[in-house]
Design a protein around this ligand. Structure first.
Ligand code: NYM
Length: 219
């Protein structure tokens, strides 16, 4: 049996990852229903907040007074991905597609944006080494730095959780560029917006959709 596809949606907060991944989930499951195969598609959102580690992460995100060293929360996010690894592998082996809403790249970009001493790129990547790599990564981002803060700020519910501050999001955006430049050949070259890779979401906020096939493995 051919193994299923692992498809990842990455991006800043409030750029449409959940909307797009849920739409693709629905589409792929509809296709599955119409074909003779019993293949199902599943969606896993990281952080997966229902696991023991996910519950801790959730507390940290919703309760801004909950203190944890940057190193500890970084390792918890990674650990949360490891908690789900067997489940992902087993679904893929059954031939099912698995969609991910955030993964390793968010882990590195958000932690790098904190500028914590001695938490450099290699340090941030290391706990994720060995995780299963996505076959396709779709990166959702806003189209310019000047508009990023306004666009993200205006989205409903923004600001409720830790990290949901426009100045921090701008830092994360810059770090995503570093992360994707490392993992994706020609990332910078293909990063300019063209009409064909832009869409406007229902609330009128323009979001740039970049699609990249990964060419460097998570080591
Ligand atoms: N986040 C998510 C990290 O800082 N590191 C990670 O490894 C992951 C997976 O969690 N602001 C942050 C990014 C988000 C926050 O995610 C919650 P979401 O997709 O808003 O539920």
């Amino acid at each position: 049996m051919t193994r299923g596809r692992l498809i990842l949606f990455e991006g800043l907060d409030r750029t449409g990852k959940t909307t797009q991944s849920e739409a693709l989930l629905k589409y792929l499951n509809l296709q599955g229903d119409q074909s003779s195969s019993s293949k199902r598609c599943e969606l896993i959102k990281f952080p997966e907040r229902s696991t023991p580690i996910g519950k801790l992460i959730n507390n940290y995100l919703v309760d801004k007074s909950f203190k944890l060293p940057d190193q500890s929360i970084h390792l918890l996010f990674s650990s949360n991905r490891w908690e789900l690894t067997e489940q992902i592998k087993s679904s893929l082996q059954k031939g099912n597609d698995v969609l991910l809403d955030r993964y390793v790249f968010s882990g590195i970009a958000y932690s790098l944006a904190k500028d914590t001493e001695r938490m450099d790129f290699d340090w941030c990547l290391s706990p994720d080494i060995g995780l299963i790599k996505p076959d396709l990564t779709i990166f959702l981002t806003t189209d310019s730095d000047i508009s990023t803060s306004n666009q993200i700020n205006n989205r409903s519910g923004f600001g409720a959780e830790r990290y949901e501050k426009s100045d921090f999001q701008l830092k994360v955006k810059a770090k995503f560029d570093i992360v994707f430049n490392y993992f994706f050949k020609d990332y910078t070259k293909s990063s300019s917006a063209t009409t064909s890779n832009m869409y406007t979401s229902s609330d009128g906020i323009t979001t740039l959709l970049k699609v990249n096939v990964i060419d460097k493995d998570i080591p």
